[in-house]
Design a protein around this ligand. Structure first.
Ligand code: SF4
Ligand code: SF4
Length: 374
């Protein structure tokens, strides 16, 4: 049976935010920060970056005001939902001295209900990728589980992509197909935008019904599919994920890794900005009076030397070995481990690499034995 589809105006979006807050959600949206788009608390759609977008390229990002009434013409900034679901720092244990012994204190992760308005399809897909690793693999991460249980996603399909996007290759976009509670398509052909809304879950359907919005014209679904197909066709960057395992395998000793290593600073920016990189390390802290101690989990990166430290040395000493590991894992070995790529094609690692190293260009070079034509 076809799901109900709605025609929303801006006031209906505010109703969605209000209804979500009444259900106990903290509501977030993309907001223009000083230098980049960021996720921030949102109580009114007037706080969305109306008329703003951004230009992207290797090691290049600029906010741009092109005017107009579009609320969702923004492109992803460096932040994804990873920082909310799998926070950069989390306390996982607390202990206190108790006479001659010590006591482990109850320290369960706090459950937060968070709703996000305006999530791009690649970031919806990134949540599904994190689910496969942190929820549905051999063990379930309790911090991620607590944050994930309270997540409500309102996606916005992409009908124009950044220069660095390649979500059509990973099948994560430009049209969001699954993983959202509600998906919106912003239509800009009138004086004011209208929104084509579809539900992805029962919770999304109930919320849309409560807004009192009228049904959408039936032709809007076809119009959305056509606009997203056009956007997909315009993407310059491509990765053939089906060949990734073979390409990585046969290029283990390629001189290309040495060439990359001469440019790569092993700064780890790519892994921090990546919405699916999940690696962590652990830190111990004790109070100055030695009465309490805490263990923290912090984001780490496979680009740091200490990441592979085991009793007396690191396994990956060279930058070459770290980049080779990272590219191979994102594009190929995730598929073997989890059944889908670890890359959703968001392009963040290209934009936020200070050396402008482009994973799609490097992969194409390895595949063809020559530079890619981007
Ligand atoms: S590897 Fe790069 S393009 Fe792929 S999901 Fe991570 S940041 Fe995005
Ligand atoms: S590829 Fe770029 S972002 Fe990643 S570690 Fe190297 S220099 Fe840093």
């Amino acid at each position: 049976m076809r799901k109900k589809q709605y025609r929303l105006e801006r006031t209906h979006l505010n109703s969605l935010l209000k209804l979500l807050r009444e259900e106990g959600y903290q509501t977030y949206g993309p907001v223009r920060g000083e230098l980049a788009m960021e996720w921030a608390p949102l109580t009114d759609v007037g706080e969305l970056p109306r008329g703003w977008t951004s230009a992207h390229g290797p090691a290049h990002y600029r906010l741009e005001n092109r005017g107009g009434e579009s609320l969702f013409g923004y492109r992803n900034g460096p932040e994804s939902l990873k920082k909310f679901l799998h926070p950069p720092r989390a306390r996982i244990m607390k202990a206190e001295r108790n006479g001659g012994a010590f006591r482990i204190l109850e320290d369960r992760p706090a459950a937060a209900k968070r709703a996000f308005l305006g999530v791009k399809p690649c970031d919806v897909a990134a949540v599904a990728a994190l689910d496969r690793v942190l929820l549905n693999d051999r063990y379930s991460d309790d911090i991620y589980q607590a944050n994930r249980a309270g997540l409500f996603l309102i996606a916005v399909h992409c009908t124009e992509c950044a220069e660095t996007c390649f979500c059509a290759s990973s099948k994560a976009g430009p049209q969001a197909k699954t993983g959202f509670d509600i998906a919106l398509h912003e239509r800009l052909d009138g004086a004011m935008p209208e929104y084509f809304a579809e539900c992805g879950t029962a919770a999304g359907a109930a919320l849309l019904e409560k807004t009192g919005a009228p049904p959408a014209p039936p032709e809007w679904a076809r119009e959305l599919a056509d606009a997203c197909a056009l956007a997909a066709g315009a993407q310059q960057r491509k990765v053939d994920f089906s060949s990734a395992a073979a390409v990585v395998e046969r290029n283990y000793d390629s001189p290309r890794w040495d060439d990359i290593a001469r440019r790569c600073m092993a700064c780890g920016n790519c892994t921090q900005a990546c919405p699916t990189c999940f690696c962590v390390n652990f830190e111990e802290h004790s109070s100055l009076d030695l009465q309490t101690a805490e263990r923290h989990r912090v984001w780490d990166s496979c680009f740091t030397q200490n990441f592979t430290y085991i009793h007396g040395g690191s396994v990956r000493l060279s930058t070459k070995s770290r980049y080779r590991h990272w590219l191979g894992h994102k594009l190929a070995r995730w598929q073997q481990q989890f059944g889908s790529p670890g890359c959703v094609g968001c392009g963040r690692c290209i934009t936020w690499c200070p050396a402008g190293i482009d994973i799609t260009a490097e992969f194409e070079w390895l595949k063809a034995g020559a530079p890619a034509a981007i």
